[in-house]
Design a protein around this ligand. Structure first.
Ligand SMILES: C[S@@+](CC[C@H](N)C(=O)[O-])C[C@H]1O[C@@H](n2cnc3c(N)ncnc32)[C@H](O)[C@@H]1O
Length: 309
């Protein structure tokens, strides 16, 4: 099956950002990010963070205030439109939260109480040019909603490079295949099966790990002697919560149905029937989407072991 390079719109990333934040805020077990960051800082230098597949910068918006202290971020993506959206998205976010924001000669600076982040963006195709990223200088390599798109071989490459750099890893929000719909409807499990198969298709990095991503990565980390903490960070979408949840449910239904159809065009009628039933019950629908967060430090950095709160 040929690769379908993963493309994501800024609108979709903006829609999911609140759900991502809530999922990470309620992750079990929670991680003490501030203590984690303090232990990663080298010689009083700013914390060097490399964010892989940054989209419009949601991972930075989540982490920067929670890590605290001085930080220097490199945001990497292959999509020039998403990278171009980063400064605008960060400026809006800074204004909404009363943070200092400055844009100077292509670099960005944002600061809030107890933290400051200097930020640059870099366009790199991570599937083919991982070495174009400044991995060697990173103290923290992070990504959100990336791992399920990549292959096992790509993860192995990344772990070798991050291990050589002595960098910690923080991979947020990898889907784990759990979809719990309320109310349950005919077709849920069949459509979920097709959707999971679609998630394992090549997204440009080789056969995608899809729902197996967190388990595969945690096993490789353990085999390499890394210290690893795994948390469950699920999306909880509930139509009773209001318009953006309803929007999210509708987008999920349409996206899942489209992927299922692409996976099994002959099942068109049953997929269409499922979609119609789901849309008809939208006003009272609820959906939990299982996600996993992974935090890890390399073997030689035992004193940096991630701690839970
Ligand atoms: C699900 S989005 C997550 C974006 C962001 N981390 C967030 O949490 O909002 C996946 C991201 O992977 C990026 N991506 C996909 N394939 C890529 C590649 N080959 N090289 C670099 N980035 C890639 C997409 O452009 C997109 O920004």
């Amino acid at each position: 099956m040929s690769a379908t390079p993963a493309r994501f719109t800024a609108d979709w990333l903006a829609l999911r950002e609140d759900f991502d934040r809530q999922a990470r805020d309620t992750a079990e077990p929670p991680l003490d990010l501030r203590a984690f960051a303090r232990r990663l800082c080298r010689n009083d230098e700013p914390l060097q963070v490399l964010d892989l597949a940054c989209g419009s910068g949601a991972n930075l918006r989540y982490l920067a205030p929670r890590l605290g202290g001085r930080q220097r971020w490199t945001l990497v993506d292959h999509d020039p439109d998403l990278l171009a959206a980063v400064p605008v998205a960060l400026a809006h976010w800074a204004a909404a939260h009363g943070f200092f924001f400055e844009r100077c000669a292509g670099a960005l600076r944002i600061a809030g109480t107890g933290w400051r982040a200097d930020i640059e963006t870099l366009q790199v195709d991570l599937a083919h040019s991982l070495d174009a990223c400044p991995l060697a200088s990173a103290a923290l390599v992070t990504a959100s909603a990336l791992l399920d798109l990549v292959s096992g071989a790509w993860i192995e490459q990344l772990l070798v490079r991050a291990g050589a750099a002595g960098a910690a890893l923080l991979f947020a929000l990898s889907v784990d295949g759990r979809h719990d719909w309320q109310p349950a409807l005919p077709g849920d499990s069949e459509v979920a099966r097709l959707f999971a198969a679609h998630q394992s298709r090549d997204k440009g990095f080789g056969p995608a790990l899809g729902p197996l991503a967190a388990t595969f990565t945690a096993e490789r980390l353990a085999a390499g002697g890394w210290h690893c903490v795994r948390s469950q960070a699920d999306w909880r979408i509930d139509a009773d919560e209001g318009a953006s949840d309803i929007d999210m449910l509708r987008t999920m239904i349409e996206g899942i149905a489209a992927a299922a159809f692409e996976q099994a065009p002959r099942e068109r009628d049953s997929i269409q029937a499922w979609k119609q039933l789901r849309i008809a019950s939208l006003a009272h629908g609820r959906l939990v989407v299982g996600h996993q967060d992974l935090f890890a430090t390399p073997p030689e950095a035992a004193s940096h072991t991630p701690s839970t709160r």
